[in-house]
Design a protein around this ligand. Structure first.
Ligand code: GDP
Ligand code: MG
Length: 370
């Protein structure tokens, strides 16, 4: 929401509406509890009351994000973000490697790719596809639970010899719950005991009706090992992406989502960020989860330093105050004071949550044992 009434904000903050009105008056704004204020003002108020907020919900944190929609004219096409899911050993990693390697990708074979949790492939027609390299099913559903819906398309890998297995079904359920379109890649069709038709039939039982069975879920037979069917798979991704009309505004302060983060010896805290909208640049000041920072360097999936990263581009970001969590939003803000302010506020929220979850005292722990 771009605006909120003072009363609604007060309710969410578990504060009295009158107290918010008073605080706003001190800030030079004469408003009543029924009037609306904009996001920046709401954010200021939250920070102001940050220390004595009793009950803080996730939505209050979201309030500090500039969630204003971009105008349709500002939107430009962006690359689809694809996650590969499926049962262990059905060939997820092999397929990712095959897609990144020769044949499908243009001219980047031989380039040293480094693992940053996501990578982008440039196709022969110059269009791009971003693949997420980390999310297991848990990461996928956890990120989604946090509102970090980064995946546009799921590729469900099913080995043609093994068929549907528990994690295949889990992946189907996650994908359905996330309402993300799925493409079924029936892998290992080179194997003697491969039975792709059996896979299609079993999928019916889980209400995944593929094209071959007159449904509308795209399916394709591939062999990650022999590198067959890859062009067709890429075509299907492109087709699905076209249907989704994926767009973002590249000309604004960047927003992104942390895909993975770690403390690197030598380089300090490092986060791989997938930019949602805007363009992230070296020198930008940002908040990321409960951390803040200033972009010291951006490194792409080929290990090259880059000056900027636009929508759907994954980059490693250096210059963070600490290590954020996967799924944390990153947001460019106007200055370092502001970044620290929001980060500190979020730290206090996290602390409150932890305190609320911790056992009250040793005494109560002992009495619980009696
Ligand atoms: P993941 O656990 O889903 O990431 O699966 P991997 O990519 O690690 O593959 C598991 C095993 O299956 C490895 O030994 C691969 O070499 C093999 N494999 C993957 N794709 C194919 C394929 O298309 N054909 C055959 N015959 N083997 C494959
Ligand atoms: Mg793997």
């Amino acid at each position: 929401p771009e605006t909120i009434t003072v009363q609604e904000l007060a309710n969410r903050m578990a504060e009295k509406g009158a107290d918010l009105v008073k605080a706003l008056f001190k800030m030079g704004m004469a408003v009543t509890v029924n009037q609306t204020i904009d996001q920046d003002t709401a954010e200021l108020l939250i920070t102001e009351f940050g220390h004595n907020v009793k009950r803080v919900s996730e939505s209050d944190i979201d309030l500090s994000l500039d969630t204003a929609e971009d105008s349709p004219e500002a939107l430009e096409p962006r690359a689809p973000v694809v996650t590969i899911m499926g049962h262990v050993d059905h060939g997820k990693t092999s397929l990712l490697d095959a897609l990144r390697g020769t044949g499908v990708a243009s001219g980047e074979a031989g380039g040293i790719t480094q693992h940053i949790g996501a990578y982008q492939v440039t196709l022969k027609d110059k269009s791009k596809i971003t693949f997420l390299d980390t999310p297991g099913h848990e990461a996928f559903s956890e990120m989604r639970a946090r509102g970090a819906d980064v995946t546009d398309i799921v590729i469900l890998v099913v080995a043609a010899d093994d068929g549907l297995m528990p994690q295949t079904i889990e992946a189907i359920n996650h994908t359905k719950a996330a309402n993300v379109p799925m493409i079924v890649a029936i892998n290992k069709v080179d194997k003697e005991d491969a039975n792709p038709q059996r896979v299609r039939e079993r999928l019916l039982e889980h209400e995944v009706i593929v094209e071959e069975m007159s449904g509308d879920v795209q399916d394709v037979e591939v062999s990650a090992l022999k590198k067959t069917g890859l062009d067709e798979l890429v075509e299907k991704i492109q087709l699905q992406a076209e249907l989704l009309e994926l767009k973002a505004n590249p000309n604004r302060d960047a927003e992104g989502i942390v895909i993975e983060a770690k403390l690197d010896k030598g380089r300090g805290p490092v986060a791989t960020v997938l930019v949602n909208r805007g363009t992230l640049r070296v020198g930008d000041v940002f908040v990321v989860g409960a951390e803040s920072g200033k972009v010291r360097a951006l490194i792409d999936d080929k290990g090259r330093q880059v000056k900027e990263a636009g929508p759907s581009v994954p980059v490693e970001v250096l210059g963070l105050s600490g290590v954020p969590s996967a799924g944390d939003p990153l947001q460019v803000v106007e200055n370092e004071a502001r970044a620290r302010e929001v980060a500190e506020y979020r730290q206090s929220v996290l602390l409150q949550k932890r305190t609320a979850q911790a056992p009250a005292s040793l005494e109560s722990m002992f009495s619980a044992l009696k």
